[in-house]
Design a protein around this ligand. Sequence first.
Ligand code: SF4
Length: 267
Amino acid sequence: MMFSYTQIANYLRCPRSYRLRYLDGWQEKDTRAGMVFGRCFEQALMALFCKEDPQARLFQAWGAYKEASFAYKNGESWDRLLHQGVHLLQRFVQDNRVCIRRPKQNLQVKVVRSLPCGHQFISYLDAIGTLDGQPCILDWKTTTSRYPDGPQDILSLDPQLTSYSWAKGISDVAIVAFVRKQRPEIQYLKASISEEQREEFARLVESTVYQIETGQFPSHGGIRFPQNNCLSCAHLGICLKDKQLIETNLVRKAGASDLDWLDELVD
Ligand code: SF4
């Protein structure tokens, strides 16, 4: 079997949700405008590093969703997201802090690691390049709220960055956060992941895969902040037996488990 960071994180958040998503095939519908826009924006970034027109690529990719019935939040609209995206691309070019050599090899880098239990772990790194001249793994994020500025080194505790560092064996990692707010902003956040953290992550993957293989899927619910797993869970309708919530948020796809690793591409 092929596992990914998204699957491991999903299991640790709530094993019951993992079973519903990956074994029973209940997938969340693509109705979140921000998430779909994020994918289109990443295509524009790829175009930029491949010396193509990033704004044209963004317009083309996001244009495919102009008539989509998204649930826009907080006064957002298709036009507003496009405008924010163009502004962020211009700012990113002006900043000129990220360099990706040989973009065809170093963008969307697929890394597969064999696990001791015989399974495999797949990662897709957004990019391997330099930030301010320092080599690192780069992760693009589009978000509506800023990442915290401190305390110092807080980013080194991010499990997804740890998984990328473990997958590729590179200590230095960075998030480039494209913040879609009134005045769009880009954050360049660096972290260093230690060998000890990578080893700990490897053990976490092994123990999680063991629990999945042995069919342990208890629910880890929670509705109080900040442990509000259920309120933000796509599978809430199934747990509440609420037909309308199920129809609004989910679609059931037979055989979904064969393609689970593709989740990594959209995370
Ligand atoms: S609604 Fe809550 S208990 Fe049910 S799968 Fe989601 S997180 Fe788990």
